[in-house]
Design a protein around this ligand. Structure first.
Ligand SMILES: [Zn+2]
Length: 175
């Protein structure tokens, strides 16, 4: 903070006192340039981060909304709630630590996708289908195809296990 008298930006704190029910800290500072003293006040910023939607409207950042979006994408998938909670708190931290007052829904969507992709690919594709713009539809379709192939293989493997089990059961009942 620039000194009132000499424009020097370095100062040291010589005294700190709380004020306003401990919501504010008053600091007496001494300029390291000219040695004169001045007072600064420090309070916690309570301004909410605003989320800018595609149509330009804004609303307060809401972690619960992000959580609900992820839960929807993870329906019937093997993704534990604790993992979803970790993603949400990680994103919230990033949003609040950025010191920006506004963030777009697109930016939030990218943050979710980046993390979801590492957790479960099917959930990721479901989420991406909601958030990705048409601009990269072709790459999205390619990714979707790949995933459907993998899912099909997975299902086949699961069916085989079931068939094997059923056969075993039949064998058992014969005896
Ligand atoms: Zn000074």
């Amino acid at each position: 903070m620039k000194c009132l008298y000499c424009d020097c930006t370095e100062s040291k704190v010589v005294d700190s006192r709380s004020a306003d029910d401990d919501r504010t800290i008053r600091r007496r500072r001494e300029c390291t340039g000219c040695g004169r003293r001045f007072t600064t006040y420090e309070t916690i910023e309570v301004t909410p981060v605003l989320v800018v939607k595609n149509n330009g409207t804004r609303q307060s950042f809401n972690a619960e909304k992000i959580r609900n979006g992820i839960i929807k994408s993870c329906e019937k998938r093997p993704v534990p709630m604790s993992v979803i909670d970790d993603i949400v708190s990680d994103i919230s931290k990033q949003v609040y630590n950025s010191m920006e007052y506004e963030i777009t829904t697109k930016e939030i969507g990218e943050m979710v996708m980046e993390r979801l992709k590492k957790v479960d690919e099917v959930s990721y594709v479901r989420y991406a289908s909601v958030y990705r713009s048409f601009k990269d539809l072709s790459s999205f379709m390619a990714e979707l195809k790949q995933m459907m192939k993998a899912e099909k293989a997975e299902r086949k493997a699961a069916e085989k296990v079931l068939t094997d089990k059923a056969e075993k059961n039949t064998e058992g009942s014969d005896k």
